[in-house]
Design a protein around this ligand. Structure first.
Ligand code: NOJ
Length: 750
């Protein structure tokens, strides 16, 4: 874990330039090749088409694909996969004059054949090694299928759970999001490009796509510069510093300018300030969509604006292909812009070794071996267990311990609910390549471990609706059991791209089903499988235990059974705030304070008059960022700071004692937050600055240590400079952003 933090810090200190120095030998090969290319061939390299699968609106411009590839007018294909197909298509490129190999890109978001939890779930694990291993596995399988390039990681910060793509990122926090961006890039790309176990990654969607107004996909984004730099850019910067091979721009506007035509984002920041040497691919026809925005008057204008702004490759838009040649001939686009884009793309093809062997990723024997390797399942099962968050674990009357973990000797158990036997849903969005019939459903995972004669089942309806008869059948089944396991949630296609929801309550009649089951008086453990934070207040209030599993992938059922039966003590913590009601959205922990802060809570309300509050709702979330329980308990004590004042060159060592006071061995994610009390620009009420995931046996204690230095105290000021300002800082150590256990303060002096 520490090594990612180090890498993150070291790269910040050294700067990108020296980390990503280019290889002069490759540069020479690129330049030599460029000299031989016609204008048409150069522009061909900037052109990417989709193969059979469609992951965006169908293009209405017919293209004779084979002919175009043979002519050298295509640089990359997406959605062509598998050794047979990639070889076939690459063979066409080998018939072109210069035999420049194609790049094969694909959305390998959380696994290719073996599916890991959705990225938001993985972010709940607080385990960077596991996250890296998960990306590594995805890369290994994809590479074995002839893929060179994944359109991942999505590093968009998302604070609005209505936005369907919240499932694809790391949640709401820029610090955590940056560490995950680094781990995922390293996982996909390995130590260096060119080995056939890893593929190129793509940091997307540059930038601020996650801040779409009202959580509606593809909507505009309007935000201050400080907010952009402070919250939305850090994970992109981290990805660039980790050496991500490519960036993808985004569908949204940023302050009135489409990201695809945004030279401030792509040229000034990315290729300028950050000295980024990889290439930028547009999103699916985002160049052409500038017409709809009203930012380009026709396709030629769109192509011109995109290339000038720094978009290097046109994904499935045909704008460059159709218009760039003429624009260059008419001297409207400088050839040096085209050359720069081509060089960036060719460089990556050389780095991947494709000029030496265009089919080096496409090997039948390797495809067969890697895809069918059952050991892959162990990686995603480990990741799945780590991604589960225990939200509630009340004890039964007269008992001290929570209802979970279940004893294997429990009497009769009723497994009920529309999600109980679901398989396809466990894959979540962005898993077009897998065969989900091989997935382990919750029911199967549990049944494999539990005496089947003691298991009852009722579906209780679908995620969308339950009939009275289905509810009654479920109630009757529950009546025969000692404990009810209720599996509810969303279907896989309720989140992901273009799956924004205006209402994020648990869908259909699932809360009604819960209430009916509750009438039986049986203890109920609710397992919620979903692609976003949901609202489920009656369950939150009344269920005995709640386990939030997100969508866990191929091994979902086994991982959930591991947790429910206590073979794995859950340690996940939420990477996203869960609101109480829709009207609170967007709700996130690292907000500003307001001039009239309201400090009451649901449990301890205060007078709200003339304070920043809702008269009909509390300000606090249902579950806060960083929240999650364990079967054991942890105590925090003995906070010590090595000093109480530092200057910019100094650092403070913070130590405290963490003790497992419960009965089980378990892991705690201890979190360090800071608050800059007074600054030249208002700073958040708290910001995550460090964390430690610590495993302790029952009764065991350990001293935990964090270091605070200038980097942790810096922020972007009004001039967008990364600075510190002298003054007091509050320091908070806790088990969740709303459950601070230890507090102190220190001063930063000049
Ligand atoms: C559109 C999505 O926004 C992007 O993330 C994805 O990579 C492309 N389509 C290609 O499928």
């Amino acid at each position: 874990m520490a090594k990612y933090k180090m890498l993150f810090l070291v790269s910040l200190l050294i700067g990108i330039a020296s980390l990503h120095a280019q290889d002069p030998a490759i540069q020479k090969r690129v330049n030599d090749l460029l000299k031989q290319m016609t204008l048409e061939e150069k522009i061909g390299q900037l052109n990417q088409y989709s193969g059979k699968a469609v992951t965006g609106p169908a293009s209405n411009q017919k293209t004779n694909l084979q002919e175009e590839i043979r002519n050298g007018w295509v640089g990359s294909m997406l959605n062509v996969k598998g050794v047979k197909d990639t070889k076939e298509v690459q063979a066409l490129a080998m018939q072109s004059r210069l035999k420049i190999p194609l790049l094969f890109g694909l959305d390998v978001i959380h696994g290719y054949e073996t599916i890991a939890p959705i990225p938001l779930a993985e972010a709940a694990s607080w385990d960077l090694d596991a996250i890296k291993a998960s990306a590594q596995l995805a890369a290994k399988e994809a590479a074995a299928k002839g893929i060179h390039w994944t359109f991942a990681p999505m590093v968009d910060i998302a604070r609005d759970p209505r936005w369907g793509r919240i499932m694809e990122g790391a949640g709401e926090d820029p610090y955590w999001g940056s560490l995950i961006a680094t781990a995922r890039v390293k996982g996909f790309q390995g130590e260096q490009l060119g080995d056939t176990l890893s593929i190129m990654a793509c940091a997307k969607h540059f930038a601020a796509y996650g801040a779409a107004i009202a959580g509606r996909d593809y909507n505009p984004v309007d935000m201050s510069e400080v907010e952009l730099w402070q919250t939305y850019l850090p994970p992109f910067k981290a990805a660039a510093e980790a050496g991500v091979a490519t960036f993808m721009n985004s569908f949204n506007t940023l302050n009135g300018i489409p990201a695809t035509g945004n030279d401030y984002l792509q040229r000034t920041i990315l290729k300028g300030k950050w000295n980024y040497k990889g290439f930028v691919v547009s999103d699916w026809n985002s160049i052409g969509e500038m017409l709809n925005w009203g930012y380009a008057k026709d396709t030629a204008d769109a192509a011109l604006k995109a290339i000038v702004a720094g978009s290097d490759m046109d994904m499935e838009g045909r704008n460059y292909r159709r218009k760039l040649v003429q624009l260059v001939k008419d001297n409207k686009v400088a050839i040096k812009l085209v050359d720069d884009a081509v060089k960036r793309i060719l460089y990556k093809k050389f780095e991947l070794g494709l000029f030496d062997d265009p089919n080096r990723f496409s090997n039948e024997a390797r495809e067969e071996r890697v895809i069918n390797d059952r050991a892959n399942r162990l990686v995603v099962r480990d990741m799945a267990r780590k991604s589960i968050v225990l939200l509630k674990n009340a004890s039964l009357p007269g008992q001290e311990d929570g209802l979970l973990p279940l004893s294997i000797n429990t009497k009769t158990i009723a497994i009920i609910g529309p999600a109980a036997k679901a398989k396809r849903d466990m894959a979540g969005s962005w898993t077009v390549n897998t065969d989900s019939t091989t997935f382990v459903s919750f029911y199967e995972g549990f049944a494999a471990r539990y005496d089947n004669s003691k298991l009852l089942y009722a579906k209780g309806g679908t995620v969308n609706a339950s009939s009275e008869a289905e509810i009654q059948e479920a109630v009757a089944t529950a009546g025969k059991a000692d404990i009810v396991l209720l599996a509810v949630g969303e279907t896989w296609d309720m989140s992901g791209e273009s799956k924004s929801r205006a209402d994020i309550h648990l869908p259909g009649d699932q809360e009604k089903l819960f209430s009916a089951l509750q009438q039986t008086g049986k203890p109920i453990i609710v397992v919620i499988m979903a692609g976003r934070p949901l609202i489920f207040n009656s369950i939150a209030d009344k269920a005995n235990s709640i386990v939030y599993t997100w969508w866990l992938g191929s091994e979902a059922g086994n991982a959930i059974a591991d947790v429910l039966l206590g073979d794995y003590n859950p340690a996940g913590k939420l990477p996203s705030t869960f609101p109480r009601s829709m009207g609170q959205i967007p709700l996130f922990y690292n907000h500003l304070n307001t001039g009239r802060p309201y400090t009451g809570t649901k449990e301890n309300p205060k007078n709200k008059l003339y304070l920043s509050a809702y008269i009909d709702e509390d300000n606090t979330p249902r579950y806060a960022f960083g929240y999650g329980l364990s079967y054991t308990k942890f105590a925090y004590s003995d906070l010590k700071l090595s000093k109480t004042s530092i200057n910019n060159k100094d650092s403070i060592v913070v130590t405290f004692k963490l003790t497992n006071t419960g009965k089980y061995a378990g892991e705690e994610v201890a979190q360090l937050y800071l608050r800059d009390e007074v600054a030249s620009i208002v700073r958040p009420v708290k910001e995550l600055k460090d964390f430690a995931k610590v495993k302790l046996g029952a009764g065991e204690s350990r001293e935990i240590r964090f270091t605070i230095n200038k980097e942790k105290l810096s922020f972007y000021n009004k001039q967008l400079e990364w600075v510190t300002e002298p003054g007091m800082f509050q320091l908070m150590v806790g088990t969740a952003s709303d459950n601070i256990k230890l507090k102190s303060s220190f001063e930063l002096i000049k």
